[in-house]
Write a protein that binds this ligand. Sequence first.
Ligand SMILES: [Zn+2]
Length: 117
Amino acid sequence: MATQDTGHRMNQATSTSTSTTPLLHVCERCSSDLVNPTQWDQAGPELWAVTLGCPNCGHSRGGIFSQETVDAFDAILDDGYTLLLEELRQLTEANMAEEIACFVAALQVDALLPEDF
Ligand SMILES: [Zn+2]
């Protein structure tokens, strides 16, 4: 009797922890882990209505998720964005150098007109 009770409680704990924290960043269609929120609205004191979009296959889904789930998603996004921002920054620097060179060249030949902006 006592053994059965312990086993039951352990099972319950396991299933609870997996069902309350779904992995929002994983696409349910293509399993890509790059899913990001396209819309994000507060739906209640501890609830969020989130629309998710997968950049890989274009699949989108939405749902109401708990604060805990959204916090976990947010932390994953933060990690992803940090990496992404770092890549973007490097890319921007490379592009900027090119753009600035073009801009300077245009200024020098007086080819820049107000309607270019
Ligand atoms: Zn996908």
